[in-house]
Design a protein around this ligand. Sequence first.
Ligand code: AMP
Length: 217
Amino acid sequence: MNVVLLGAPGAGKGTQAAILLSQLGVVHVASGDLFRRALEKKTELGLLAKSYMEKGELVPDEVTINMVLERIRQQDCADGVLFDGFPRTLSQAEALDDKLAGEGRQIDSVVYIEVPAEELVKRLSGRWICRECQTPYHEQSSPPKEVGRCDICGGELYQRADDKEETVRERLKVFFSQTVPIVEYYDLQKKLLRVDGNRGIDEVGAEITGMLRAGSD
Ligand code: AMP
């Protein structure tokens, strides 16, 4: 099963990905995580991506598409992928469809998690992420048991540089202008599942799991 998680920054894609992964038996491919890892390792790709990420802009399509397609060529992705943060533009969506079609595969479902813009800003400004396993926490709605430590792996929690308010506003602007058009693209393909993300984590998770199960029966 290949699934795309679509939603604005702060909609809860990372949180829901963690819930889904344990149930679907697929591999998590998050383009933002791939860029951050490349940046930590100071590779050419990471340094190129840095200037865009800092401003809340999208990394150019060609670079992003090559990176993700290379990742899904790896053997662990053969049985299914949960795409998170990719695709974000129509060109990316089309490139992904072409690549999968060439291998006799396809995107099975696209889950669109919808959350009002003012709630997104609130969520991102209180967000902390595990440096090791990328699990997200929130100061108010889902704090870790121990301040600064991940409940799951004990890793150090940090705040992303691009979660500051000015960059968050730019990321949201980019989402509504460049990523929302792919909602219609997948809707026309009859793959779109809309989910109200402005609810508790477990409630949203249960609805997504139920929808995906119903779709695969
Ligand atoms: P994320 O962790 O998904 O919020 O991504 C963080 C940043 O990485 C974004 O603001 C972009 O600068 C870059 N990025 C991640 N995924 C993509 C993508 N699919 N296309 C272009 N840029 C991306």
